[in-house]
Design a protein around this ligand. Structure first.
Ligand code: GLV
Ligand code: MN
Ligand code: MN
Length: 394
């Protein structure tokens, strides 16, 4: 195995790492800005000019920026809070190494290649995932994106320093293909004994903010029968979501919660929880969310509490370009083709441009956790695979 992957990977391994080995790389926060500087340096080392699209996305160009029928690769630097280091950065590091590999082969592209670092893919800071690619494609308006707030009340517009530029005119005309390489977030490739796979589809998914409102009061003096405790409604809803998802063969998670006032001896006045729901098809997802909201509403009636549900982001079902996926799998010697329940910028871009994803084997399947990992040999195989498909597309 070439030493190129571990060498370059080590350059970013400590950036934003927390004391338990996870990563805090919120979009446009200090560690992510350091990673963006690293990106600019890598581009400069390779004589790749860098452009910014006014939405927070960076592009390093081999060839004319946004020149005719460009190919886009890359991924994102931001992590979920205390998540793994591979989800996102692997696609960017692999892209630079794929350019090196192609140049070593003496390959000369006939179209420009743009290596992208998309902003706020996880939605970990401003709540809406794939914010950069949504802006680039016009899937979210600049004003709506600019007003999104982080936990400290800083808006995306403030963090970016300008009003987002919004959709790039004629994206479909300018770009001929997109390929995002990503760590697999499951164990399918382990089971198929393959280091690299090609994506077929992304499950439709979304995030719903649920505000459970009750009556704040004293934990020691309020009789049990007199309480209007939104924590009970919240807790029952978490259990209901789990049950409904299991029955539907879908996924539902409530993993983020904010409690007001969050005091041991005060019945809360407000519990705000976020439902992350995903399913293999849109009808199942819609039924799942409807069932969870219905049960939450019934429970609120019993508890004397109130419920308000607000969709924060909904990502439709994605079927990647079947012809492109089949072609890339063939070029890669019959790589497996597999779907995923995880969202990606490639999913957003796929509504506009022929788009594909390469997945790199993850031995445990764990992701969004410090335990997320891919062995160097498989990452190097990912770089080779990316170089091979880029050579074909360029
Ligand atoms: C992003 O990784 C998501 O699927 O939430
Ligand atoms: Mn992720
Ligand atoms: Mn990702």
């Amino acid at each position: 195995m070439s030493a190129a992957f571990p060498r370059l990977w080590q350059e970013i391994a400590t950036i934003g790492r927390d004391s338990r080995g996870g990563y805090l790389r919120y979009a446009l926060s200090e560690p992510e800005l350091v990673l963006r500087d690293w990106f600019r340096n890598q581009a400069a080392r390779r004589d790749l000019p860098v452009t910014e699209d006014g939405n927070g996305n960076l592009f390093a160009w081999w060839g004319t920026p946004w020149g005719h029928r460009a190919v886009i690769t890359g991924s994102h630097f931001d992590s979920v809070p205390h998540g793994g280091g591979y989800d996102g950065p692997l696609g960017i590091v692999s892209a630079f190494l794929a350019v090196d590999a192609l140049r070593e082969r003496g390959f000369e592209p006939r179209r420009p290649l743009g290596i992208a670092a998309f902003v706020e893919e996880e939605g970990g800071r401003f709540g809406v995932p794939c914010l950069g690619s949504r802006l680039l494609t016009g899937a979210i308006s600049p004003d709506k994106a600019a007003a999104l707030c982080d936990r400290d009340g800083i808006t995306f517009g403030e963090a970016l320093g300008v009003r987002p530029a919004g959709a790039l005119p004629d994206l479909a005309g300018r770009v001929s293909a997109v390929v995002e390489l990503h760590i697999e977030q499951g164990r399918a490739l382990v089971e198929m004994d393959a280091p690299v796979g090609v994506a077929s589809a992304i499950w439709p998914h979304g995030r719903w903010r649920m505000d459970f409102t009750g009556s704040g009061d004293h934990a020691g003096t309020t009789r049990m029968a007199d309480r209007r405790d939104p924590m009970l409604t919240y807790a029952a809803t978490v259990l209901a979501a789990n049950e409904e998802a299991r029955e539907a063969g879908a996924h539902a998670t409530v993993a983020r919660v904010e409690v007001t006032p969050n005091a041991t001896n005060a019945i809360p006045s407000l519990v705000r929880g976020w439902l992350d729901a995903r399913a293999a098809d849109t009808a199942t997802l819609d039924r799942l969310v409807e069932a969870v909201v219905k049960r939450a509403t019934e429970r609120a009636g019993q508890d004397g509490t109130e419920l308000a549900v607000e969709p924060e982001s909904v990502s439709p079902e994605v079927t990647f370009d079947t012809g492109l996926a089949t072609r890339l799998a063939g070029i890669l010697g019959g790589a497996p083709i597999l779907p995923t329940g995880a969202g990606h910028d490639a999913g957003v871009l796929s509504a506009h441009v022929p788009t594909a994803m390469l997945f790199v084997r993850n031995p445990t399947g764990i992701s969004h956790s410090p335990a997320e990992h891919a062995p160097d040999e498989d990452c190097a195989a990912g770089v080779d695979a990316l170089a091979t498909v880029l050579e074909a597309l360029l």
